[in-house]
Design a protein around this ligand. Structure first.
Ligand code: NI
Length: 226
């Protein structure tokens, strides 16, 4: 499932991020790419261990902890500390699939990347090109969102970032190990949860709602890995 999560950051948070990123120093983006990715990757990133990366990453994680749509759709177990990239002057990232397993910085622990996330930090009219193209069985989906909005999609997807031919594309990106490893199961739980919430708001039959909610939790119990 590919899903947009609107307004992850408030305008004030976005302004703060942009100020910090404007003053930060950037390095070659290939530092976090795998062997195949490094051959097609051409962008810049903030160093993983810089103070700005940590501070802005914490701000994003704190927002996501309070975001019901993110929690319902992704069912996060472990979130990788957010990273930041920028593309300009024709930079791009060719076709690739993200690494399946990543080392959590400073912990020695590994996470499995089930869901990939891109949080857009520049407005679409600030740059030309730079679309994120994500392929699934229904074809390629082009994603270019308002600043502060985020897209989540299965980390197993082939994807790329088109060349940025004018202006600067700024984004945060990270991965999530979900409690539900399988995208189809995770999508089913999201649909069920969304329907239950709608029924709750429309004053539906209370006993039926208890049964449905129970089925949701029993499926989550059956499938979740913690
Ligand atoms: Ni990628």
């Amino acid at each position: 499932m590919l899903l947009t999560i609107p307004q992850v950051l408030t305008p004030e948070q976005l302004r703060h991020c942009r100020e910090q990123l404007a003053a930060a120093s950037w390095v070659d983006g290939r530092v976090t790419a795998g062997h195949q990715g490094a051959q097609v990757k051409d962008n810049r990133q903030l160093p993983e261990n810089s103070a700005v990366t940590h501070a802005l990453g914490d701000l994003i994680l704190a927002s996501l902890e309070r975001n019901p749509l993110f929690i319902s759709a992704v069912l996060p177990a472990v979130v990788y500390p957010p990273l930041f990239n920028r593309y300009d002057g024709g930079q791009h990232f060719g076709d690739h699939i993200d690494n399946a397993v990543r080392l959590l910085p400073g912990t020695g622990r590994k996470i499995r990347t089930d869901v990939s996330a891109t949080l857009f930090l520049a407005e679409p009219d600030e740059y030309e090109g730079g679309e994120l193209l994500v392929e699934d069985t229904y074809g390629a989906h082009s994603v270019k969102l308002a600043a502060g909005d985020m897209v989540v999609y299965p980390a197993s997807s082939l994807h790329r970032v088109n060349p940025v031919t004018k202006g600067v594309r700024l984004a945060s990106f990270f991965w999530v190990q979900s409690m539900i490893r399988d995208d189809a199961q995770r999508t089913l739980l999201f649909d069920l949860d969304t329907a239950i919430q709608r029924l709750n708001q429309s004053g539906a039959d209370a006993r039926a709602l208890v049964q449905l909610t129970g089925s949701y939790h029993n499926l989550l119990r059956m499938w979740s890995e913690l």
